[in-house]
Design a protein around this ligand. Structure first.
Ligand code: NAP
Length: 347
C-alpha cells in the first residue's frame, strides 16, 4: 500500500529545530502542542486565551497540533478548526479515533477499531475540523478483539482516499507496532512518556527506533504534576480528570510530591523551571534510544509557551540525568485508574 507524502510547511516559523516523524512523515517543530486541556479534563478553560495560545505556539515554532475526537466530545476539534484553516500550510494537524462516547452517559467509553467505525469517525472529524485532509490520524486505543491488520487496512484506505496523509497509533506494544507497520507505514506512535511514566521503554520505544517511526510523548509533564503546579488531587477542580488518577490521590500523592525534589533542585541550580527539566529529560532520553521524538506538552496559556519551547534545546548533564534516573521506579500508583486502557496491560 502506498503512503502519500505531505507537503512541507511552506513557511516554517523560526524558533524550534525541526524533526521528521517517520521515514516519509511530516516535518514538524520538535515540540508540539497538546490541545486537550482547552476543552476538557483539566478544569475550566478561558477560550479566548486558549485560541491566543494556538497562535502563540505557531509563532514560537510549534507546528504539530494534537487533538482527538473525544476531547470534549468533538468540542476540541471544533475549537481548533478555524485556527488550523487559517494556517493550513503551516499547521500539521493530528487527531485520533477509537474511543466512543455517548451524550447521555458522561462515563461511557467503548474502544472501537472496526473498519466501519473508522470510516465514519474520520468523516465526523473532518466535518468538525472543517478541513479536507488530516495530516496525522491516530488510532487512539487498541481493541485486541479486532485483528490489527483489519484496522490498519481501513486506516490505509483513508490515505488512499485522500482523507488522511499519515498514520499513527497510540498506546500500542512494540509487537503491535511491528505488525501494523508491516501493513502500512506508521509515521508516529503517541504514548505517555515522562520522568514518572517510563513503561514505554519496555518494548515500543525500541521497536519505533528500529522501524524509524517517530515518537510523540504525551503527558510529558506528568499531567502538570512534575512542574509542581499541584501536589494533590484535592487541589484540583471537582470535575478534573486527574482526581481519578491513583498517583495523584491520598498517600500516593504525598509520596510522589516528595519525588519531584530532584527536579526542582536541578531547575533551581540551572536557573530554569521544573517543567523545562522534565521536557529536556524526554528529549534526551529519546536520543539515548536513537529515536526521533516530538513531545506534546499541553497548555492553555500563552505564558507557558516560551518556557516550554526553550526546554527543547536545554541539555542536562550526566550528573543531572543520573539524579533523575531512579524517579519513575519509585512512583506510587498507576498512571490510569484502569490500566486495561493502556498498552502496558498487554506487554
Ligand atoms: N494519546 C493519548 O492517549 C493521550 C492522553 C493524554 C494526553 N494526550 C495528548 O497529550 C497532550 C499533553 O498531555 P497532557 O496535557 O495530558 O499533560 P502534560 O502536557 O504533561 O501536562 C499538562 C498540564 O501541565 C500544565 N503546564 C503546561 N506547561 C506548564 C508549565 N510550563 N508550568 C506549569 N504547568 C504547565 C498545564 O496547565 P495549563 O494548561 O494551565 O498551562 C496542564 O495542566 C494533551 O493535550 C493531548 O493532546 C494524549
Amino acid at each position: 500500500m502506498t503512503q502519500s507524502t505531505s507537503p512541507l510547511p511552506a513557511d516554517l516559523p523560526a524558533g524550534l529545530p525541526t524533526a521528521r516523524l517517520g521515514t516519509d512523515g511530516p516535518l514538524v517543530g520538535v515540540q508540539g502542542l497538546g490541545c486537550m486541556g482547552m476543552s476538557e479534563f483539566y478544569g475550566p478553560t478561558d477560550t479566548t486565551e486558549a485560541l491566543a495560545t494556538l497562535e502563540a505556539a505557531l509563532a514560537a515554532g510549534v507546528t504539530l497540533f494534537d487533538t482527538a475526537d473525544i476531547y470534549g466530545s468533538g468540542h476540541n476539534e471544533e475549537l481548533i478548526g478555524p485556527f488550523v484553516r487559517a494556517h493550513r500550510d503551516q499547521v500539521v494537524l493530528a487527531t485520533k479515533f477509537a474511543i466512543e462516547r455517548r451524550a447521555d452517559d458522561p462515563h461511557y467509553r467503548a474502544i472501537r477499531n472496526d473498519p466501519g467505525y473508522i470510516h465514519s469517525a474520520v468523516d465526523a472529524s473532518l466535518r468538525r475540523l472543517g478541513v479536507e485532509v488530516i495530516d496525522l490520524y491516530y488510532m487512539h486505543r487498541r481493541d485486541p478483539q479486532v485483528p490489527l491488520a483489519e484496522s490498519v487496512g481501513a486506516m490505509a484506505e483513508l490515505v488512499q482516499a485522500g482523507k488522511v496523509r499519515h498514520l499513527g497509533l497510540s498506546e500500542v506494544t512494540g509487537a503491535e507496532l511491528r505488525e501494523a507497520h508491516a501493513v502500512h507505514p506508521i509515521a508516529a506512535v503517541q504514548q505517555e512518556w515522562s520522568l514518572f511514566s517510563r513503561d514505554v521503554e519496555q518494548s515500543v520505544v525500541g521497536a519505533a527506533a528500529e522501524l524509524g517511526v517517530g515518537f510523540v510523548p504525551y503527558s510529558p509533564l506528568g499531567r502538570g504534576f512534575l512542574t509542581g503546579a499541584f501536589a494533590s488531587a484535592t487541589e484540583l477542580a471537582e470535575d478534573d480528570f486527574r482526581r481519578h488518577q491513583p498517583r495523584f490521590s491520598g498517600d500516593n500523592a504525598a509520596a510522589n510530591a516528595a519525588l519531584i525534589a530532584p527536579i526542582q533542585r536541578i531547575a533551581a541550580e540551572r536557573g530554569v523551571t521544573a517543567a523545562q527539566v522534565a521536557l529536556a529529560w524526554v528529549h534526551q532520553r529519546a536520543a539515548v534510544h536513537g529515536l526521533t521524538v516530538v513531545p506534546i506538552p499541553g497548555t492553555r496559556k500563552r505564558s507557558r509557551l516560551a518556557e516550554n519551547t526553550a526546554a527543547a534545546t536545554l541539555l542536562l548533564d550526566a550528573a543531572e540525568l543520573a539524579a533523575l534516573e531512579p524517579l519513575a521506579a519509585e512512583v506510587a500508583g498507576t498512571r490510569y485508574p484502569d490500566m486495561a486502557f493502556t498498552a502496558t496491560a498487554r506487554e
